[in-house]
Ligand binder design. Structure first.
Ligand SMILES: Nc1ncnc2c1ncn2[C@@H]1O[C@H](COP(=O)(O)OP(=O)(O)OP(=O)(O)O)[C@@H](O)[C@H]1O
Ligand SMILES: [Mg+2]
Length: 355
């Protein structure tokens, strides 16, 4: 039976995460009952302070959890898709039950990914052109000659100047921004339905950051790609995401259309993040600005995990579990009094505001 407290009306979904639990260090619960869906072509932002479980959630959907971390509960399902490659598992395939071979058929082909440090995802001893053509030959069944032509087209599409020259270069010969473009070319080369970008622009300077984000939006428009964008920058979410998921201490605490969530948050943590952003705090300073500390990873608390930092907390907040529930149309929040928050004025997000 589905663990969804409420039906997700974002169908047709390209990815459905239902009650995901991830443990680290031999059983410490770092991701708790995470439930969300991403619709075809939808851009979803995933925000929350450092250590809240964003990367573990993304990595679970890619089958690349670090050693010692494992999916201990819930389901991750690929949504219904069109034509399937012969070797790829079909629509509705449950990723959490995948074998290594099944993952190989999905990763890159139906779900692509880019991370913060592109250099560590490329082989330093192979030219970047070779790395892209290998992906194309395996994932899109192209001949060597076809793959070369397609690789140059893709390098052009991701904004690399002199793509033929870049094709023959090694990773150490390229800048961080160029490497991220190469990685994006590899990630979208086999036309996945979903691209997961986990802080893909964090390490880049602001100009390159903006160019890469623009590139992702263009690819989204051209290829009908859905995006899951992990970021600490609420301005990026405001500009480029249809919907935003907010994580706190391993849980999703709010989910809703970006404009509505940013204009009137339904969870006090989201409200606090917006307050931090509106006063122009930079980087990950929210820990200093929101009073108190998040609970230890894995700490078992009887009620709301944000209660002891929350200005609105009441006795009932710590008496029992608080479920993520519908609060207003397509919105969900894990709070007993979201109606009290909805409608309260929040300062607008300013350019470059980060959490
Ligand atoms: N390989 C690992 N071994 C042990 N614990 C881990 C591992 N990876 C993550 N964790 C723990 O799991 C929790 C969630 O980590 P995660 O990397 O998903 O956070 P995040 O939200 O992506 O943070 P950041 O914004 O810093 O990237 C953290 O408490 C972290 O310490
Ligand atoms: Mg992370």
């Amino acid at each position: 039976m589905s663990r969804l407290a409420e039906p997700i009306d974002q169908l047709p979904a390209v990815l459905t995460v239902d009650g995901l639990d991830v443990t680290v260090s031999g059983g410490v619960r770092a991701v708790r009952e995470v439930t969300f869906a991403i619709g075809r072509g939808e851009a979803v932002g995933l925000v929350g302070e450092s250590g809240s479980g964003k990367s573990l959630t993304c990595r679970s959907a890619l089958g690349v959890l670090p050693a010692g971390c494992e999916v201990s509960g819930g389901r991750i399902t690929l949504g219904a898709a069109g034509a399937e490659p012969d070797t790829a598992p079909g629509p509705g395939a449950e990723l959490t039950a995948f074998s290594r071979k099944q993952w190989d058929a999905v990763r890159g082909r139906r779900v692509g990914a880019v991370f913060q440090d592109p250099a560590s995802y490329l082989n330093p001893s192979l030219t970047v052109g070779r790395q892209l053509t290998e992906q194309l030959r395996v994932g899109a069944a192209l001949s060597r000659a076809e793959a070369h032509i397609r690789a140059v087209e893709l390098f052009t599409a991701v904004g690399l100047h002199r793509p033929e020259e870049v094709f023959h270069q090694y990773p150490h010969e390229l800048s961080g921004g160029m490497l991220q473009r190469v990685l994006i070319a590899i990630a979208v080369s086999c036309s996945p339905e979903l691209l997961i970008a986990d802080e893909a622009t964090t390490a880049l300077d602001v100009v390159i950051q903006a160019e890469i984000l623009e590139l992702l939006q263009r690819l989204r428009a051209e290829q009908g790609l859905a995006l899951l964008l992990v970021t600490h920058d609420l301005a990026v979410v405001a500009e480029s995401c249809d919907r935003v998921l907010v994580m706190y201490a391993g849980e999703i605490v709010e989910d809703g259309p970006t404009a509505e969530v940013l204009a009137s948050p339904a969870h006090p943590y989201t409200e606090a993040l917006l307050r931090v952003a509106s006063i122009g705090a930079w980087g990950r300073r929210e820990l200093d600005i929101i009073p108190g500390r998040p609970p230890e990873t894995g700490a078992e608390l009887p009620g709301c995990r944000f209660a002891d930092r929350c200005a609105h907390a009441a006795a009932r907040c710590t008496e029992g579990p608080v479920a993520l529930h519908s609060v207003d149309g397509g919105r969900r929040a894990r709070c007993l009094r979201p109606a009290g928050l909805l409608g309260e004025a929040t300062a607008p997000v300013t350019e470059g505001a980060s959490v």
